[in-house]
Design a protein around this ligand. Structure first.
Ligand code: 8YV
Length: 325
């Protein structure tokens, strides 16, 4: 008998067909109130879940007594209670690697766009307000040759370092749990304490996961350690930053500007003070959001889920302690 899978993220027709060959599939079209009610109704039948951008806490998953596996279409797993899933022997998988390069591209897009004030100045052209040559009041700041400081040297951090080192001749400094000799050799990168990185970097980039340890890692004290010329980039998770402290730092000129793809609350409210601050570039969590990469992520998630439901160890198992082999 086919297992029952509840999808809360739409798949392309080929991937949907592939999944439906192996499983009974219920698709939750959207995560609005009606969609969430549909999800609640479907969970009691579910053996597998596939989707992203939804907090799946214990209270919700207690509604799914037969659940065997969750395939997240994401590399970040902060939406899941790992201990709860492991205790219930529910296999959680994610989609690392396939999104690394695209997400690092997004990080560099924010570095360049924020440093050269691309959005602000392009809007001047669009508004028909380009009436004379650009002067110092609209100058940006150089990227090439500046010091790139990366907080969190995982796959995405490494890909960002690669772009900075080989593409823009940027000295690379980094902070992470432990030194990474291979990264230091590849990119001539140097390890720094968090405080030292914040004081030295021209670009401070967050590429670390959201965990109990990293939540609000960057707050008023950390912004005060940065320099007025520093540009702050966040492509990790919004909750790694104290957003109110960041607004204060931007307004007080403690930092030059911020390029942000993630926020404490998403979608970012139109009343957010970040949007009243001219030296902020805000994008709607587009880290991995390209046609190619999102399809690759979804395919990876389908592979992970089908493997788990067939009793095999998924390629990208997150909670390895849940695997009984
Ligand atoms: C999107 C991400 O949230 O992979 C992650 O952790 O943050 C982004 O890729 C996710 O892919 C939503 O589908």
């Amino acid at each position: 008998m086919k297992k029952h899978v509840v999808l809360y993220k739409k798949l392309s027709p080929p991937l949907m067909a592939r999944l439906q060959q192996q499983a009974e599939v219920t698709l939750i079209e959207s995560l609005d109130a009606a969609g969430l009610a549909q999800l609640h109704d479907a969970l009691p039948r579910a053996h597998g879940l596939l989707g992203a951008s939804l907090k799946l806490d214990a209270a919700l998953l207690d509604l799914a007594p037969h659940l065997q596996a969750i395939a997240s279409v994401s590399v970040g797993v902060d939406n899941y209670d790992i201990d709860y899933l492991t205790e219930r022997r529910i296999l959680l998988s994610n989609t690392p690697d396939v999104l690394t390069e695209t997400t690092a591209d997004t990080g560099f897009a924010l570095i360049l766009t924020t440093a050269r004030r691309v959005v602000e100045l392009a809007n001047i052209v669009r508004a028909g307000e380009w009436t004379r040559n650009v002067g110092p009041a609209h100058f940006g700041t150089d990227v090439h040759g500046k010091t790139l400081g990366i907080i969190g040297m995982g796959r995405i951090g490494e890909a960002l370092a690669q772009r900075g080192h080989f593409g823009f001749g940027m000295p690379i400094i980094y902070h992470s749990h432990s030194p990474k000799p291979a990264v230091e050799q590849r990119f001539d990168a140097q390890y720094r304490s968090l405080a030292a990185l914040l004081q030295e970097a021209d670009f401070v980039c967050l590429t670390l996961p959201l965990t109990a340890e990293t939540e609000r890692l960057i707050g008023a004290e950390q912004f005060a350690q940065m320099r007025p010329e520093t540009i702050f980039i966040n492509i990790s998770r919004g909750k790694v930053v104290d957003e109110a402290a960041m607004v204060d730092a931007l307004r007080a000129g403690q930092i030059r500007a911020a390029g942000l793809d993630v926020f404490e609350r998403e979608p970012l409210g139109s009343d957010s003070p970040l949007l009243q601050t001219h030296n902020v570039v805000a994008t709607p969590h587009i880290g991995s959001a390209t046609h190619e990469t999102r399809e690759a992520m979804a395919a990876c998630a389908v592979d992970n889920l089908l493997a788990a439901l067939a009793g095999e160890r998924p390629q990208n198992l997150v909670n390895t302690d849940a695997w009984q082999g």
